[in-house]
Design a protein around this ligand. Structure first.
Ligand code: ADP
Ligand code: ADP
Ligand code: ZN
Length: 219
């Protein structure tokens, strides 16, 4: 089933967790802009060096750079049948650029799913988040613990807390979300692509709701 999906929601809403499972079920790639930036950082590329300061401060990397990185990624052959974007777009300019990129290829988005949670829920989730250094899978010390502490269930990789996981950076990211990303909710609602999912349910229940909306949107 081909399907071009965007997951929207504040940091900590559960986008990465849900995108991983959905991507596996649909057989399409999960593209997380934050993961792509972290790969660049790790490899020491120029893009990674440019992004680092913004990421550490919890600010957005400039649109031009971010759009270029995503354009290159979704042009790869594994995206021909669809993809799940997680963390992109985050500004109206990014959303407009994405629309133009897709229409140049004669395609368009099928669905934008907003994973709704309250801010206090997002903060509690971010506070306990651990990430796999090897595959990027995320866990939570209380809500979604790995079978063995510090070790990724999926690949055996080492779990770590990201350097931008401080309470101060979390609050800044939530503010940036409200100011720059929340307008995308109306943007996508107006063009008829938005579906809303209750993100405060269990991971499995959120996934079930998402699958049902995908059936409808991408059938
Ligand atoms: P996002 O990509 O939107 O920032 P993540 O998928 O990284 O969010 O999830 C943030 C944290 O919350 C992680 O620690 C994850 O294990 C946990 N989490 C995700 N979904 C749920 C859920 N439905 N209930 C409880 N905890 C969750
Ligand atoms: P979270 O899941 O906590 O929201 P991400 O991994 O999605 O975090 O993003 C980490 C950081 O990477 C952001 O705080 C920002 O600096 C940068 N980033 C990720 N996606 C984008 C984007 N679409 N536009 C600008 N900056 C981005
Ligand atoms: Zn892993």
């Amino acid at each position: 089933m081909g399907c071009r999906i965007v997951l929207l929601g504040m940091p900590g809403a559960g986008k990465g967790t849900q995108a991983d499972q959905l991507a596996e079920a649909l057989g399409i790639p999960h593209i997380a802009s934050g993961d792509l930036f972290r790969e660049h950082l790790h490899q020491g590329t120029e893009l990674g060096r440019l992004a680092q300061g913004y990421m550490d401060r919890g600010e957005l990397v400039p649109d031009e750079v971010t759009i270029g990185m995503i354009a290159e990624r979704i042009a790869r052959p594994d995206c021909a049948e669809g993809f799940i974007l997680d963390g992109f777009p985050r500004t109206v300019a990014q959303a407009e650029a994405l629309g133009r990129l897709l229409s140049q290829n004669g395609t368009r988005l099928d669905m934008v799913a907003l994973i709704r949670v309250r801010e206090e829920v997002a903060l509690a989730r971010l506070a306990g988040r651990w990430t796999c250094r090897n595959c990027g899978a995320v866990y939570h010390t209380l809500f979604n613990p790995p079978r063995q502490a510090g070790v990724c269930d999926a690949c055996g990789g080492e779990l770590y807390q990201r350097s931008d996981e401080t309470e101060e950076a979390h609050r800044r990211r939530l503010k940036v979300y409200q100011e720059q990303t929340a307008p995308l909710v109306e943007y996508y609602r107006r063009i008829g692509l938005l579906v809303e999912i209750d993100g405060e349910q269990s991971i499995d229940d959120v996934q079930a709701d998402l699958r049902a909306t995908v059936e409808t949107a991408c059938g």
